[in-house]
Design a protein. Structure first.
Length: 198
């Protein structure tokens, strides 16, 4: 059984950024934010660096010992505001991605946060980012990571919440007890689904 560890420092930041960039290369959200295939892997790493920094400062980051799966969670009552984001490197993201792409990230973040507020009203852990390296798919690694996280985070009856931009992910999360709450369709933007486990 592959062990899973809680990240408490930046030791594996580059590894996590790199495989997130590969795992989400064809994800509708990231294709919307970075339309050009030749730029996407490099430029999305700025998003993942920001997410890592936020997770390290305000939440929890889990990584398995093979470094093929990682999950970033935010605890109940945690909603990252603009000052907190800039304190975690949002300005670097703007410069790395370019203003146009970074503004797309900001706009989508606002829609995602609004959907979260609409979809769940209980204390909940928020699964901000979760991925398995593409070369490790089909081996039960994602299920092991999700179960481990949920078992270790649910201490006082909290719920769990996430959103996904990939319809193929719905079945995976449903098998682990999540229910689809809303399908969010926005003009000229990718569709996404909100899901909760209560």
């Amino acid at each position: 059984m592959v062990k899973i560890h809680l990240q408490t420092n930046t030791e594996n930041k580059e590894t996590i950024k790199n495989f997130f960039a590969e795992a989400f290369f064809n994800d509708p959200y990231y294709k919307h934010v970075i339309a050009k295939d030749v730029e996407r892997k490099e430029k999305t790493q700025a998003i993942f660096e920001l997410a890592f920094n936020i997770g390290l400062k305000y939440g929890k980051i889990f990584l398995n010992e093979n470094k093929t799966s990682a999950a970033i969670w935010l605890p109940p009552h945690t909603h990252i505001n603009i000052l907190q984001a800039f304190g975690c490197g949002a300005l670097n993201m703007f410069f790395s991605m370019g203003i146009t792409n970074a503004l797309k990230v900001k706009e989508m973040a606002e829609h995602i946060e609004a959907a979260r507020t609409k979809s769940i009203h209980t204390n909940h852990w928020y699964l901000m980012i979760f991925a398995v390296h593409p070369q490790a798919h089909g081996k039960g690694i994602g299920s092991a990571m999700l179960k481990y996280c949920m078992n270790n985070l649910k201490t006082s009856g909290e719920s769990f919440y996430l959103e996904t931009f990939n319809r193929d992910n719905l079945g995976f999360y449903q098998r682990h007890g999540f229910q689809t709450v809303h399908e969010i369709s926005l003009k000229d933007k990718p569709v996404f689904w909100t899901m909760k486990y209560e």
